[in-house]
Write a protein that binds this ligand. Structure first.
Ligand code: ZN
Length: 554
């Protein structure tokens, strides 16, 4: 096995293995030896770790609790990177890596080459199949467990990613996946892109022809449980929650107005628990029709439930809606695990469950609790930086782009004025720190030099910083503070290096995994090396995580 060291901006990270480094036949034997037929990765988008405790008494025996009691539950797992967004999280889950190495530093970032803000899965060389926008994993720089399993089995292991969101489907399985399918929320059907195929398989076309989402048109999402259960939440009808599907912030939520399903309905549908049930229907069809787990060559199926994230953004983690969808997700999960048991056998399946990030409380709610919390209008930061730069260097067009926490300078302006890039960064960073709610501003020069003191904060920022893709100033808000625009005034988000955004469950279940609750430090980046150890294959090439050996029974 190839073992070298990657020295990245002063941080030494283990760099293990690569595609095809094990001999094919030997790897195939090891992959087959334990009799695993399927790896199922379940991601619940924005499932913060504490939800499994707060709502535990509301769960049944066959969903989350089945994973908790029959599997290994890592209750103290955190992302190592500061950019706790959907794209970076999904890119870590089966690569065992971190944003600094995967290259997926955000959902969106400013791309210096094209001069545009691009998404993590933007690929203009692809188009949607059968319709919709194209997308691909081309920006993912590292291999996934699915890639390595394919390499170890002479290409025989299949891998498929499924989600409502394109990035949630594409990034976990990676570049050699047979397919990724996501929801076309304009047309109400599952789509893929020309990266994977020219035409939908017959079973996907037949699935779409069933028009399953339409059965929920005009239906009302009501509370599942008796009213008293929701007393652990904030009041339902509060002004800081989002409005839903043309209605208000409180239950019941009617979904779909007018005489027939339209793009507005399909968009609203993605914010309902029914969208998760819809994905399970699709996953079931995928298992049956693609014969996943049907032979002794293990396959990989990932399913990312996106609706939980959309509901969380709109209503916040303390809302009735988040409680309700989490309890319904428990039931959806129970059905999914039963399907896998019936079709493949849970004794021949390795199941894991995690989330791509957590979430902040709604600032207005936190403020009511007398906690420090704030929305930081990004405009304030931009204005403060521009004023300082104009004052020091003369008026100029300073910025090429912004994306979340990163500020990208217009390098032509710096060249024209014959300025030192590091000096411009320093002045801008200092100005950003004058804005209320900003905890830290790291410059590109500081991050590249590796000269920053090693603190929990700088380590997480370093783990999120990619020299070619990240910006010139990296901003970190104070805890419970986040960036928004002046128009975006409801509900909440994620994206910081703090525990409420980094803390997610990591659960593994299957033969070879010792059941129990584990409090050791862990991370979603440990999932891939742990599965690689169980499957007897090479860990993905950007792995920084560790096999969770305390939970391995062989
Ligand atoms: Zn997400």
């Amino acid at each position: 096995m190839l073992v070298a060291a990657l020295v990245l901006a002063g941080t030494v990270l283990p760099w293990v293995g690569g595609l095809g480094t094990a001999s094919c036949a030997a790897a195939q034997n090891r992959a087959n030896a334990p009799g695993y037929r399927l790896v199922v990765g379940i991601v619940v988008d924005q499932l913060r770790a504490d939800y499994l405790e707060r709502f535990d008494d509301l769960f049944g025996e066959k969903g989350f609790r089945r994973l908790k009691t029959k599997g290994a539950y890592f209750a103290n797992a955190h992302y190592g990177h500061a950019c706790t967004y959907t794209g970076p999280g999904h890119a870590v889950i089966l690569t065992g890596s971190t944003a600094a190495i995967t290259g997926i530093i955000g959902n969106k970032w400013y791309d210096r080459q094209s001069g545009k803000v691009i998404e993590s899965i933007t690929d203009e060389t692809t188009t949607g199949v059968p319709e919709g926008k194209g997308a691909s994993p081309r920006r993912l720089l590292v291999s996934t467990l699915a890639d390595e399993l394919k390499a170890a089995t002479g290409g025989q292991a299949k891998s498929i990613g499924i989600s409502l969101k394109n990035r949630g489907a594409i990034l976990p399985v990676g570049r050699t996946a047979d397919a990724a399918y996501w929801f076309d929320d304009k047309r109400g059907q599952m789509q893929t892109s020309t990266y994977y195929m020219k035409e939908l398989p017959a079973w996907v076309a037949a699935f779409n022809a069933r028009r399953i989402p339409d059965q929920w048109f005009g239906k009302t999402w009501e509370k599942l449980l008796p009213e008293a259960v929701y007393a652990r939440c904030t009041a339902d009808d509060v002004p800081y929650e989002g409005r839903f599907a043309g209605g208000g912030p409180a239950f019941p939520h009617q979904v779909g107005r007018g005489d027939k399903p339209n793009a507005r309905f399909y968009d609203d549908f993605t914010m309902t628990p029914w969208a998760n049930d819809f994905l399970v229907e699709f996953a079931t069809a995928a298992i049956e029709n693609e014969r996943l787990g049907a032979d002794d060559i293990p396959d990989v199926l990932t399913i990312s439930f996106s609706a939980n994230d959309l509901v969380g953004h709109a209503f916040g983690p303390n809302s009735h809606e988040v409680l309700d969808i989490t309890v319904r997700t428990d039931q959806t999960l129970a059905r999914l695990l039963d399907v896998i048991d019936a079709k493949v056998g849970l004794d021949r399946t390795l199941v894991f469950l995690t989330a791509d990030h957590g979430v902040s409380p709604v600032p207005e709610y936190a403020q009511q609790q007398r906690l420090h919390s704030r929305r930081i209008p990004f405009e304030q930061v931009a204005v403060a930086m521009k004023r300082a730069l104009d004052a020091k260097f003369g008026a100029g067009q300073w910025f090429a782009g912004f994306s979340a926490e990163s500020v990208y300078f217009d390098l032509a302006t710096i060249a024209e004025k014959k300025l030192e890039r590091a000096e411009v960064e320093r002045v801008a960073a200092e100005a950003a720190l004058t804005v209320e709610g900003i905890a830290a501003a790291f410059t590109r020069t500081q991050l590249l030099s590796g000269g920053l003191p090693r603190t929990p904060l700088t380590e997480r920022v370093q783990m999120a910083f990619h020299p070619q893709r990240s910006g010139d100033v990296f901003l970190v808000p104070e805890p419970f503070c986040f960036f928004g625009s002046e128009e975006y005034t409801t509900a909440t988000t994620h994206g910081t290096p703090y525990a409420y955004d980094t803390h997610v469950p990591v659960m593994l279940m299957g033969r070879g995994i010792r059941p129990g609750t584990y409090w050791a430090e862990a991370s979603p980046s440990d999932i891939a090396p742990t599965l690689a150890a169980l499957l007897g294959i090479t860990p993905p090439n950007g792995t920084v995580g560790r096999p969770l050996q305390e939970a391995l029974s062989r």
